[in-house]
Design a binder for this molecule. Structure first.
Ligand code: NDP
Ligand code: MG
Length: 397
């Protein structure tokens, strides 16, 4: 094991997904630097076993269907995953990449922080639902939460470059000199459609993202701009700024990953090809920089367009601003209602525009309350059952 001494032991949660695959690619391209010691999946046994063959010393955890799990998979179910995280930390794992999709990523994030691991966080739901709790725990444990979401990774780098956001992204954020954070949005595949056309789009249309190849849920969210809504909330909590300081601009090329505007009017941007391996690599090497060249951006052949988002056509974006202002359990309710609505849309039980209608209707209820874990999970559950109570909406299309 001598050769492994300088290797950073890392856990890859959601290893069988899009973020997981990109993380593994970064690891393979940096031989001798990272040692994966835990892989988790939900139900994809075959891919998990394949990872086990490539890395025979790594723990394997299957969070979902546990019946007849093959003997190589020692950790099963939700409890098994949490136990695997804790045991990995005890045996020297220092960083968890969380690429689990949806609210299911929250508990593993908290478990990783509790166990003292730094967190390379793609799972934006962790911050949206319970950022207050996660970031407080992280400060208590002196662990770093390093954003992997490309926009937040860009903002994190920009703030650090300007002397803000130390090792802890929520801390001391250039508070005097920061005018605003400008998140870029690709605008998704439906940017140019009319409202009438939007009403008829299918899951297949929505899954064809113009610039990013990602899991199904986030791809639908990109088409509805719920993804940018979640990211506005994520930025507000992660960088401890009021919602009015987080702006969104549509930038179809997805080359500028985000910007910060300082009080003197200067705007600073982070540019690279749209490739998640870059922000993942930044998080894996944090606080240093990696050397792999995923993005040789040719500056001589770039066209960069920017336009304002159409808030009428994509109401999930302005709704997210209201949610970010209201805070409390509103973000958890927004997230849960949207997750359920997206899942109904993917099953073709509701139309595309029903997603926003449903989320808006759920948010009419009272979601005030302090952000404590029991309350967050209760709000999550209640918001999901609200969606199913809305029978009239579900049959509307
Ligand atoms: P994918 O759907 O591609 O992958 C999800 C991963 O999570 C899979 O490994 C899946 O396992 C696992 N998983 C799914 N449900 C559960 C569950 N209930 N319990 C435990 N594990 C589960 O998603 P993405 O990689 O696209 O996204 C992951 C996260 O990263 C999301 O929060 C997303 O918003 C965020 N993100 C993704 C980006 C991207 O480019 N993909 C960009 C920025 C953020 P299995 O394969 O067995 O189903
Ligand atoms: Mg993003």
């Amino acid at each position: 094991m001598d050769g492994c001494k300088r290797m950073k032991a890392i856990a890859i949660l959601g290893a069988t997904g899009s973020i997981g695959a990109s993380a593994l690619d970064v690891i393979r391209k940096n031989p001798g630097r990272f040692e994966p010691v835990l892989f988790s999946a939900h139900t994809d046994v075959a891919s998990l076993l394949q990872l086990g063959e490539e890395y025979p010393d790594a723990r394997l955890a299957l969070a979902g269907s546990v019946e007849n799990a093959p003997k190589e998979i020692h950790y099963t179910g939700r409890e098994g995953l949490l136990q695997a995280i804790e045991e990995s930390a005890r045996s020297g794992c220092v960083l968890a990449v969380n690429g689990i999709a949806g609210a299911a990523g929250l508990e593993p994030s908290l478990a990783a922080i509790d166990a003292g691991m730094d967190l390379a966080l793609a799972n934006k739901e962790t911050i949206v639902m319970a950022g207050e709790v996660a970031l407080r725990k992280a400060r208590e444990k002196s662990v770093a939460v390093i954003p992997v979401d490309s926009e937040h990774s860009a903002v994190f780098q920009l703030l650090r470059a300007h002397g803000g956001a130390g090792g802890d992204s929520a801390g001391g954020v250039l508070s005097e000199n920061l005018d605003s954070i400008v998140l870029t949005a690709s605008g998704g595949p439906f940017r140019a459609l009319s409202p009438r056309q939007l009403a008829r789009v299918t899951p297949k249309d929505a899954l064809a993202h113009p610039t990013w190849k990602m899991g199904a849920k986030i791809t639908i969210d990109s088409a509805s701009m719920a993804n940018k809504g979640l990211e506005v909330i994520e930025a507000v909590k992660l960088f401890a700024v009021p919602p009015g300081k987080v702006k969104v601009v549509v930038h179809p090329q997805s080359v500028v990953h985000s910007m910060i505007r300082l009080s003197d009017g200067g705007i600073y941007a982070q540019l690279s090809k749209p490739d998640m391996r870059r922000p993942i690599q930044d998080a894996l090497f944090f606080p240093n920089k990696g050397a792999a060249s995923f993005d040789s951006l040719d500056m001589t052949s770039l066209t960069l367009d920017f336009e304002a988002p159409d808030e009428k056509k994509f109401p999930l974006l302005p709704l997210a601003y209201q949610v970010a202002k209201a805070r409390g359990l509103y973000p958890a309710a927004y997230n849960a209602a949207n997750e359920e609505a997206v899942s109904l849309f993917l099953k073709e039980r509701i139309g595309f525009l029903d997603i926003a209608r449903i989320v808006e209707a759920v948010l009419q209820r009272d979601w005030t309350g302090a952000v404590a874990m029991d309350a967050v999970w209760e709000a999550d559950k209640k918001a999901r059952s609200c969606v199913y109570e809305m029978k009239s909406l579900l049959h509307a299309s």
